[in-house]
Design a protein around this ligand. Sequence first.
Ligand code: PMP
Length: 357
Amino acid sequence: MKLHNFNSGPSILPQPVLEAASRAILDFNGTGLSILEIGHRTAWFQEILNEAISSVKTLMQLGDDHEVLFLHGGATTQFMQVPMNLLDENAMAAYCDNGIWGNKAHKEAALFGKVQVVSDTSDRKHSYIQKDFAIPSDASYLHITTNNTVEGTQWHQFPQTAVPLVADMSSDIFCRPMDFNKFALIYAGAQKNMGAAGVNMTVIRKDVLGKVSRKIPAIMDYSKHIAAGSLMNTPPVFAVYVSMLTLRWILNEGGLPEMEKRNRAKADLFYNTLDSLQEVYQPVVAKEDRSWMNAIFFLQKPSLEESFLNLCKQEGMIGVKGYRTVGGVRISMYNALPLESVQTFCDLMRHFASKNG
Ligand code: PMP
């Protein structure tokens, strides 16, 4: 049976990426060595890293002010690394708390300096993005989570602010073109639209560095990583390789305009179906803030949830159960998910509704 992979992360990767990665495990580019066996200071790995960095720069249309790093750990490491490098002890950073991940990010930041939560959408279970909040001009930066993986919301317009804008883009990186140059710092765990788990990409505008007085451990210091070209110590070679392959795939497919076209088509198909079946399914996210990547909904009759999820399982739909603390249903529609999978899921929703309406 064909499986439809709606996992929220690690999640579906493009088939050509999986094929190239599996070939490289046995023999990397005809070298007779596995990608798992090559040294990180070889010309081979340097080429991989160079291609990954230049692909990111091309996709994001970054100028020379920005540096691209591939660092250890997931986005959670960045929750601490960002304030360690950007927030002085007596200074203040502004954070938007639009869900589980933004909440974790500001709690980590509070270990390093003062934090002001300038937008908190918990009053409506984070089902919307607040747009009209004030940003103090003395904030060292404003932190947002561009896509709330668990709550199913996404920023479709970004706040206008004079303070440096920092974004966790873990779950919607490269889903569409945007003005990446307006961000002072962007980070993203790789395991959704970018590659294999174990590495994160961080893009930094250099002028925000060197402004804190604390001593930063070398492995946490962005400036030292920039100086070492992401090779301060052994990087997660295979995860960087898979990210490079995925970036190459995005470029070959037509870049971010093409990703946007596909993602918009999938999101339109899904949300139109959801809206047309409201006697059985309950949409919860404000229409203008709906995520193209992670769509959540509930069954109008909670007692039907289990049988809906069982039917999904029977039909080969993987990863459709809502986040453990939220419940309901969530489907993730990352770049590599074909429209056909969303179509199959919508057909199942319609079928289930006709039996249970
Ligand atoms: N931020 C966002 C938006 C996420 O979706 C996730 C993971 N799903 C994280 C942070 C945490 O990432 P990691 O598990 O890679 O640390």
